[in-house]
Write a protein that binds this ligand. Structure first.
Ligand code: FAD
Length: 407
């Protein structure tokens, strides 16, 4: 039995354990995760790790010895299958049970996969865990062509890495532009042009009908809804995640797309918190909409909020969202959320490969996508927090630093 049990040893779970110790908690902590590796950074999985530029030991969140030194009981390769909120206990796969005083649920999500014919073929891969990426890397040498399904950040980052490694890449996106879920048309158009310039065969508005397999059960092509056939030695699917909330919802926690939490990351079950990708929360930077945020920022900040609440140092969650993506030599930095924006303004010339897209709502800056433009990112963050309407003409003029734009 643990004073505090944390389920999920990813970004959020690991950070919660770290925060609890930093804040002086002396009781027992169990960090239970179903992957067999100690907590590691997920972002490099579609970037430096996939490219072979960073070995696994360089993406560990902490050196292995850290967990023992801090008396955090790391239980790897263990899956929690049930939660009993009355008895305060967890059931692990295999049947063992573990008691808890407080529970922090930090299970992230599982990749959504295609559900069409052929989608289970051995060379159809997701990019969520180290195990996923190791499988991709093990086939790298014998792979000439890759079909990537999904034009979100993970698909685009994987495309950039695969081009760098000399693979032939086709990227298939069902909607009419890439990044449509997270960014406006200007940023999408820029990245589409970049990927095409780097040799990616980008097909927007293409749906997948099924995956064609050979006699040995290997995928050999994507059959598109429009009848076109895209041959590939490997297929990578990046079409989003499904929050891993089963045991908690079965135990009676409120939720749908994720587990519902309040501003202290409390679920509807007593003594049970949820944080990270799986936590549905009302976010002030999303026009108070209830969202799940899939970012390292959110995982870390919600971990802090849950830990603080448990230790009677409550502070409501209101961190400004930020995110990044690396593709080719482009560094995208995003701050704020463009949810419900009513105006999109481009600062600088995308052709120069250093520019920003500013999103406004009611004349106020609510988010920026900054490409190779760190100054805009830093100063734009302050503009979001200030929430004062700015002079749009000056804001669109990249020669005027954002911090000097008039009201
Ligand atoms: P996770 O890190 O997914 O951790 C959850 C853990 O819980 C997993 O290990 C899972 O296996 C385990 N688990 C699930 N169910 C159970 C169970 N029942 N019992 C035990 N264990 C369980 N964010 C950024 O901000 N910037 C980026 O550039 C970026 N790039 C990314 C690239 C990739 C390829 C991926 C996959 C994600 C990226 N993200 C990025 C998102 C970021 O990694 C996630 O938001 C973050 O990992 C969320 O942390 P989490 O702890 O909520 O979930």
């Amino acid at each position: 039995s643990y004073d505090i049990a944390i389920v999920g040893a990813g970004h959020a779970g690991a950070q919660a354990a770290i925060c609890l110790r930093q804040m002086g908690f002396e009781g027992t902590i169990g960090l239970i995760g179903d992957e067999s590796f100690p907590p590691y950074e997920r972002p490099p999985l579609s970037k430096e790790y996939l490219a072979g530029d960073k070995p696994f030991d360089r993406i560990l969140l902490r050196p292995e010895a850290f967990w023992t030194e801090r008396r955090i009981d790391l239980q790897l390769g263990k899956r929690v299958t049930a939660v009993d909120p009355v008895a305060h206990s967890l059931t692990l796969s295999g049947g063992a049970s573990v008691g808890y005083g407080k529970l922090i649920w930090a299970t992230g999500g599982t990749p959504r996969m295609l559900d069409c014919q052929g989608s289970n073929a051995r060379n159809v891969f997701a990019v969520r865990t180290r195990a996923d990426v190791d499988k991709i890397m093990a086939r790298m040498e014998t792979t000439q062509s890759v079909a990537i399904i999904g034009g979100g950040y993970i698909g685009l980052e994987a495309a950039a890495v695969m081009r760098k490694l000399g693979k032939q890449v086709t990227l298939i996106e069902a909607l009419d532009r890439v990044l449509s879920r997270v960014a406006g048309p200007a940023l999408s158009a820029f990245f589409e042009e970049e990927h095409r310039a780097h040799g990616v065969d980008l097909r927007t508005g293409y749906t997948v009908d099924h995956i064609e397999t050979d006699d040995s059960g290997h995928a050999v092509a994507v059959q598109c809804g429009n009848g076109e056939r895209i041959a590939a030695d490997m297929i990578i699917v990046g079409i989003g995640i499904i929050a891993q909330t089963g045991p908690l919802i079965s135990a009676g926690a409120a939720g749908g797309n994720g587990v519902d939490v309040d501003e202290f990351c409390r679920t509807s079950l007593p003594h049970v918190y949820a944080i990270g990708d799986c936590a549905a929360h009302a976010n002030a930077f999303a026009n108070d909409r209830v969202i799940r945020l899939e970012s390292v920022q959110n995982a870390n900040d919600q971990a802090k909020v849950a830990a603080a609440h448990i230790l009677d140092q409550a502070q409501a969650y209101n961190a400004i969202p930020w995110f990044w993506s690396n593709q080719y030599d482009l560094r995208l930095q995003t701050v704020g959320l463009s949810v419900d924006y009513d105006q999109e303004l481009v600062r600088g010339d995308p052709a120069s490969r250093s520019f920003s897209v500013v999103y406004l709502r009611g004349g106020k800056v609510i988010a920026l996508d900054c490409v190779n433009a760190t100054k805009d990112y830093v100063q734009g963050r302050k503009a979001i927090l200030d929430a004062i309407p700015l002079d749009l003409e000056q804001l669109a003029d990249a020669s005027v630093p954002i911090k000097e734009v008039g009201h």
